[in-house]
Design a protein around this ligand. Sequence first.
Ligand code: HDD
Length: 707
Amino acid sequence: MNAKSAHTDHTTVKLGNETVQRGAGGETHQTAGGDVPTLTTQQGVPVSDNQNTLKAGVRGPSLMEDFHFREKIFHFDHERIPERVVHARGYGAHGFFELTHSLSNITSADVLQREGERVPAFVRFSTVTGSKGSTDLARDARGFAVKLYTKEGNWDIVGNNIPVFFIQDAVKFPDMVHAVKEEPDRAFPQAQSAHDNFWDFISLTPESMNMIMWVMSDRGIPRSFRFMEGFGVHTFRFVNKAGQSTYAKFHWKPKMGLQSVVWNEAVKISGADPDFHRRDLWNAIQSGEFPEWELGVQLFDDEFADKFDFDILDATKLIPEEILPVQPVGRLVLDRMVDNFFAETEQVAFCTQNIVPGVDFTNDPLLQGRNFSYLDTQLKRLGGPNFTHIPINAPKCPFHTLQQDGHMAMHNPKGRANYEPNSWGGEAGGPRENPQKGYKTFPSEVSGVKERVRSEKFADHYSQARQFYKSQTDVEQTHVQMAITFELSKVETPAIRGRVVSHLLNIDKDLAKAVADGLGLEKMPEAAPPARAVLDLPPSPALSILKNGPKSFAGRKIGVLATNGADGALLEALQTTAKAEGAEVEIIAPQIGGIKTADGKHIAAAQRVPGGPSVLFDAVVLLPSAEGAKQLAQDADARDFVTDAYAHAKFIGYVPAALPLLKRTGVVDDAVDDGVIPLKAAKDAEEFIKSCRALRFWQREAGVHAV
Ligand code: HDD
């Protein structure tokens, strides 16, 4: 019910413990909470009543004359802009890049000269396939787009969390994206590659096989943006002051190490908290745990490139770190959330064409195509050519162009000279080109016949896919098998399933067999004829997440399922030890009001049992009283908490009082293992957290999936 009666001009409304007076007029007015600004229209006219339209009579028609109403609705009607055609769902944060190892002998890029110097940065992480409102936990590649506001202009490294791509030539991008997004007649599935169109396209595009291995691996379901790598994907070029060129590939390595979730967990997180990754980044930054990545580069020259088996211009290939180590350059730290999501994260416009002096492109045909696409898409998305005037996109160094006008022009050049050459001289003549400082393209030679072709050196589609698969641990290989089997089981057309398996046969026979068995294929298809013989490349341990675990529980979260009468000393010990490790503890209780421990302390809860499933945590502790455990054993949500933690190979700590709950779920009786850890006293907290450093008790996993 509206608080205002037809007869009063001003209204007093109670909002929480604040009494707000509406319509007091003036620039600010008093509330119990202090001075607040007066609401105005866009023209700055104070608004007296934001609750009622202007009417002719108390029950009469609304009047067109109501400029406040018309302006308000007009603006609301235009709030939406087109979402990004890919990478629509994303989350960004501000931070800085600090140079730790100068590359002054390799590049003249100003940002890579002086060790210890920082420049502001903005990073947007994203999923690729889903719409803006889709879940964070889709199986998908993740965008990792970095904007560095350098002293010589903005440098955008628009990468992914996977170092290779689905296609080699940008002309295939619309086909690839159409195929993976929802099917056009039925408009589903949302944010999923598990459907016919995607796998149809993939099965007809063998160059995608390397990326398929990556995206079907655990890399496709990261635990958090903070725990994933980023890659520039393409080979770029650095150019130094002497004009010499060096090829460069960019790597962002997370300080907290890599971590992913398992698929069943991802499915459940999508329901329990579709904003899981957003919330994680927000919470980390707001609590001062600033995520950090090391920027590393792989540097090489033409001689190396010519000897390498693949073409360094082919974005479906990588250079193994074991062959060419990644050398550290600097650190990227995210330390500030945006003030406003739309103004910054939604309106940020990354363009691969945004490079700075000392950096250049190569002839990678994917990169060349991207350089057109990103500028073009911003015009559509942000409504005009002046999107660089939006603060998040504007350079933070001085800039002077002769460009003017267009929609929403915020800063046209001052003065009379808006062209050059001109004879006005001095400052009045405006900015001029500068051959010493200005951007110079590397003078690489170009010649050739004009034709639509793909280089022969791009033709090996399986060797690196095989290398990736062979480099994974058994657990990770099993996950790839399960992922492909899951996806193909959602494909309705049997011929497409078979065609995918025919490619897998070129990658690894056991992988193909596992998928064929999982699908129940009646007959193993013939292997797809490879355009080039498949090479048996040596495994690259750097490609495995599990071989490179962080050996620390920092940045992770323990969910403690507790009830009234819980052991307070143990809880406190868990909290203190976790804090010392850099980890967090969250209490899940039967009531959100919290619990009273056996020693009479009130402890607040973060979640009620149905809202705090164990999929939201990296490890769990069962800390009920004997009475509490009996009640929890009767509760399906509490039982799911335990069985899911067990099935997802998490470390489970438990007090002896929790046994009725463990028994009811089958854990303990049939399935105890070293990952289910009794906590008898406060001193056991330390050992438990130490065990959690392994992140998962993977030995359990094989026994969990019978089918
Ligand atoms: Fe792209 C967005 C990454 C190939 C065309 N792309 C976009 C974003 C990322 C990437 C991270 C989101 C940027 C943001 O947060 O705003 N894209 C990649 C990578 C690729 C790649 C790593 C391969 C190496 N992209 C690619 C091709 C084309 C595009 C080949 C077109 C020929 N990408 C776009 C786009 C988007 C985009 C349509 C959509 C929204 C935007 O640009 O700003 O232009």
